[in-house]
Ligand binder design. Sequence first.
Ligand code: 9MR
Length: 465
Amino acid sequence: MRNVTWRAASRVALALTGAGALAAGMALVLVTPASAGTTLGASAAEKGRYFGTAVAAYKLSENAYTTILNREFTMVTPENEMKIDATEPQQGRFSYANSEQIVNHARSHGMQVRGHTLAWHGQQPGWMQAMEGTALRNAMLNHITQVATHFKGQIYSWDVVNEAFADGNSGGRRDSNLQRTGNDWIEAAFRAARAADPGAKLCYNDYNTDNWTWAKTQGVYNMVRDFKARGVPIDCVGFQSHFNNDSPYASNYRTTLSSFAALGVDVQITELDIQGASANTYRSVVEDCLAVARCNGITVWGIRDNDSWRASQTPLLFNSNGSKKAAYDAVLAALNNGTPPPTTAPPTSVPPTTAPPTTAPPTTPPPGQGGCTATVTVNQWTGGFVANVRVTAGSSALNGWTVTTTLPSGATVTNAWSANPSGNTGTTNWTNVSYNGQVGAGQSTEFGFQGTGTAGSLSPTCAAS
Ligand code: 9MR
């Protein structure tokens, strides 16, 4: 019914072309969506979103390919050219010819670029595959710094870390040489990427995280929630959305997107393809993205079926001969019928020309004035314990904090994370580390420590500093 109304309205809008029609057309815009676009990119843009595709550098010389690319898409992801084996084939020797070809093509045609990917267990060059431990951690951080710096200012969002979670029911991390460098490898990667290119959105990207009920989805969700609580610089989550018989689209996909968005990150559909290219399923995916304000856009993993890594499943929007499939029409219609972008119609009145107020803006209370509280959860076993401490800001933001705990005699701290201790026995002052001192009013951050002996209640107290 809604669609019928909109189509009727756009016919009215078309009839109102010519002199004198502008005012009436503007009035219509207020109650109906903008006029229907005729390409994926234009229609997505009308809804405040991008529509992208994976691109292979070697196909940019093919006219049939670039004709569709340039006409339809507003975002590109290099399909393989920014992966670690491509950009650092020998340690310390960087290679950017193919990735730059894609970036330059995109930018010269007004498209943006998703960078894919800075840290991944897959497609590592041989030298990296052979590495472990501190040497690998440092090589990973150097790789991120070098590549993100090289493309600084040219990347809309980076898949900083790709596919770090295990399939199946564990909900935990995938074993890999990167994971074996320490569980904090992902946050270390994000910090390095932020330092190198502060303007790019930093995403965690994975597959089989589309279904809200799957353990892997929940594992990633918990990581992102933890990252947000601790101030790890993450901006977005990429949902690859490779839908097939083993990993089908589920109607709770919208719940997945909105639940992650509610954590305070953007969500992006990063590698969409659907076995058999059901028009209905493609339509649902688009509708789900448009229903979530923080869904920035959709990228399909290739243009024509013969461009797909799963060509035999014919999962894309264009036939191999370049013609549009039914799924294309469904996607375009869903984009055109979707809810308008969060920013509504342009203002109809002239903006006020009065001088800006001369009074000072209201001052927020100085940081720390509202104090803080600390609570602790102890997991005790015979001879040892792990304590997790939650620091919560009071009515004003914290610039730093100190938590004091008291251990009974005989107990000793052996290991700590996300805070610096003054000692390892008795009364201990824990101060924030560089990335978790700033906590918004009413917000929380966490640190923890491990020890031998019996922890007791620890009696934590918190002071703003
Ligand atoms: O589409 C990519 C294909 O050309 C490569 O051979 C393959 C090798 O790993 O990677 C494909 O892209 C993957 C992407 O980088 C990460 N998510 C899964 C994609 C499909 O495997």
